[in-house]
Design a protein around this ligand. Structure first.
Ligand code: DLZ
Length: 160
């Protein structure tokens, strides 16, 4: 989440290694697609900005954020990508679904990170309402997709 002092699209370009040659998978939830597709655009722009070639970015769509665990796990197992970015948006509703889905995706992606050498990036917004999500999908708090793209490069290059 953006904080008062941290815009999601702001980063120190000096901290980002040249990313040419990296192969990146992005898996995106269609649920709340007005938000997730904006995050996808942000992630792709950030990757390209630092040298990732278009043909080295593969995008896989899933129905909702809950499905990101399965798609990310499958992508990790392919041993074809240097990083996997999972993009979703869960918005608080009137039922406990928000908690179940948020917990499942956070725990599932954390588990993948512990059990494989391919970094899986948490590009998931969890917000109280649509307005908060819009503010973080290119609005006043930046774009969480940009943060995810930059994080993917930094993690893929972590050990050289
Ligand atoms: C069912 C559901 C609900 C209520 N809310 C969201 C949401 O805010 N964001 C999201 O990405 N997906 C939501 N889903 C769908 C679930 O992620 C999942 O696709 C279904 O429960 C089927 O497994």
């Amino acid at each position: 989440m953006a904080t008062k002092n941290q815009n999601l699209s702001s980063y120190d370009p000096e901290s980002v290694p040249f990313a040419g040659g990296l192969k990146i998978a992005i898996t995106v939830a269609r649920w709340n697609s007005n938000i997730t597709y904006a995050l996808l655009d942000g992630a792709i722009s950030a990757l390209k900005e630092h040298g990732v070639e278009s043909q080295d970015i593969d995008v896989f769509y899933v129905p909702g954020t809950f499905e990101l665990v399965h798609s990310s796990a499958s992508l990790v197992r392919m041993e074809k990508y240097d990083a996997v970015i999972a993009i979703g948006c869960v918005i608080q509703g009137e039922t406990p679904h928000f908690t179940f889905i948020s917990d499942a995706v956070a725990n599932g992606l954390a588990s993948l990170n512990m059990n494989s050498s391919v970094p899986v990036i948490f590009g998931v917004l969890t917000t109280d309402n649509m307005e908060q999500a819009e503010e973080r999908a290119g609005g006043k708090h930046g774009n969480k997709g940009v943060e995810a793209g930059i994080t993917a490069i930094q993690m893929a290059k972590l050990f050289g």
